[in-house]
Write a protein that binds this ligand. Structure first.
Ligand code: XUL
Ligand code: CO
Length: 471
């Protein structure tokens, strides 16, 4: 009852002034069923109603059990929710503080508050039908005065998450350690110039990895938030990269020791917060992993907005990873071309989700990875229900992307065009090039014998029109 009063009192401060919270949304519940006033997200479980539905609290395209190319939509898409955005993002921006209403959160660093958030998060997952989630250690539990106190707090929250996972069947897609928020990491964590800080970071990853294992996490992510530099004047890049590689090798060794056999993901991002981050894009990450003998256990977790910041398209970043057999998982969001930072918006662009799903389907789909909405609401969308709208949109847009991508694959014209475009490499001199046996003498003889070649059109506009047939 105390809890009821607390929540109800806080709701009463909101614009709808203590009425049933759903009165705030007059366009739903034409036939109102009683809604639990205790619910933190005032809507019922989101259901599939089909493309003609006008209900904002329904999926128009995401129909979890619907089969697409022999697999259900939910198996293809493997949606995950990020604990940091859903539960912890107060929606601040560089010019103003947080706006997000979180009536369940008392704002304290107590373990009790952290435990209370877990229930709210699982209510959210249940309402959305999202079966995977991701966390940083410091999203789920507070950082306290010393490492052992922080570890003990983490243990308590992990125990509750474990219980909730077993009650609901929800799975941890990946865990990670926050090695970028605390001031100690301002000059890097695994690339810090200070070995004491490096050690602290190692201890934190050790614990985060053990917690991931405890929760049967499918993977573990490294996003090198501060692993880069602000100026080369004070930086020994070679030593920093050597240290980073040693750190990742220690993570692999510890994973082997505790029996965590999931993949490690590296998440590329070029800048922000640092001027230059070592994991700047897919190609840089792959080069780093190859150079330091880390290819076996690592794959990439690719984020749309990070691709944009790197001056690439998401399709490019995914393709680079896929070509190396290293497309592990996706942080699904989008940027804004008018704002130069990581806006982490929800993916609502059909062209984008179609391109993403084309690459994913062409690689045979996710194994351990999935689509993690590393996305946040706009600062103006401060009500808890906006989290529901945001995820409904992201899931529906990806469901459409999946269906469109599969239709393009079934149609076959796009793939046939590309295959035909390279068909001169299927025989004669082209085939010897691909087999690795060709020499410059042979190329010269071929060029002499064949005269000036006639080059076919790339047909970009025709292919763009073709894609639009499906969108
Ligand atoms: C930051 C970002 C992170 C990672 C996990 O831009 O994407 O949230 O996904 O550390
Ligand atoms: Co991310």
């Amino acid at each position: 009852m105390a809890k009821f009063n607390r929540i109800y009192t806080q709701f009463a401060d909101l614009p709808n002034k203590g009425k049933n919270y759903c009165n705030h949304f007059p366009y739903i519940n034409k036939n109102p069923k009683p809604i639990d006033i205790m619910a933190h997200f005032p809507c019922e479980k989101i259901q599939y109603e089909g493309p003609s539905s006008k209900n904002p609290f329904a999926f128009k395209h995401y129909n979890p059990e619907e089969m697409v190319a022999g697999k259900s939509m939910k198996e293809h898409l493997r949606f995950a929710a990020p604990y940091w955005h859903v539960m912890r993002n107060v929606l601040a921006d560089p010019f103003g503080g947080g706006t997000a209403q979180m009536p369940w959160d008392d704002g304290s660093d107590s373990v009790e508050n952290a435990l209370a958030r877990v229930d709210v998060f699982f209510e959210f997952l249940d309402k959305m039908g999202i079966e995977y989630y991701c966390w940083h250690d410091r999203d789920i539990a507070p950082e306290l005065n010393d490492l052992s106190a922080s570890n003990a707090a983490l243990d308590q929250v992990v125990a509750k998450l474990k219980q909730k996972q077993s009650e609901t069947g929800v799975k941890l897609l990946w865990g990670t350690a926050c090695l970028f928020a605390h001031p100690r990491y301002s000059q890097g964590a695994a690339t810090s110039p200070d070995a004491n800080i490096y050690a602290y970071a190692g201890a934190q990853v050790k614990k985060a990895l053990e917690s991931t294992k405890e929760l049967d996490g499918l993977g573990y992510t490294f996003w090198g938030g501060r692993e880069g530099y602000s100026t080369l004047l004070n930086t020994n890049m070679k030593r920093e990269l050597d240290h980073l590689a040693a750190f990742l090798h220690m993570a692999v060794a510890h994973a082997d020791k505790i029996g965590f056999d999931g993949p490690f993901y590296i998440e590329p991002k070029p800048r922000e917060p640092s001027t230059h981050q070592y994991d700047s894009d897919s190609a840089a990450c792959l080069n780093f992993l190859r150079e330091y003998g880390l290819m076996d256990r690592f794959t990439l977790n690719i984020e749309t907005n990070h691709a944009t910041l790197a001056g690439h398209t998401m399709e490019h970043e995914l393709t680079v990873a896929a070509n190396a057999g290293k497309l592990g998982s996706i942080d699904a969001n989008r940027g804004d071309t008018l704002i130069g930072w990581d806006t982490d918006q929800f993916p609502t662009d059909l062209y984008l989700t179609t391109q993403v799903m084309l690459v994913v389907l062409n690689t045979g789909g996710f194994t351990t990875g999935g689509l993690n909405f590393d996305a946040k609401r706009r600062r103006e969308s401060h009500e808890p229900i906006d989290l529901i709208h945001a995820h409904v949109g992201g899931m529906d847009t990806f469901a459409r992307g999946l269906k469109i991508a599969q239709a393009i694959r079934e149609d076959g014209r796009l793939a046939n065009f590309v295959q035909e475009r390279y068909s001169s490499f299927d025989s004669n001199v082209g085939a010897t090039v691909e087999s690795g046996s060709c020499t410059f003498e042979e190329l010269e003889a071929h060029a002499m014998a064949h005269g000036e070649p006639s080059l076919a059109s790339g047909r970009q506009e025709m292919l763009e029109n073709l894609i639009n047939e499906f969108i």
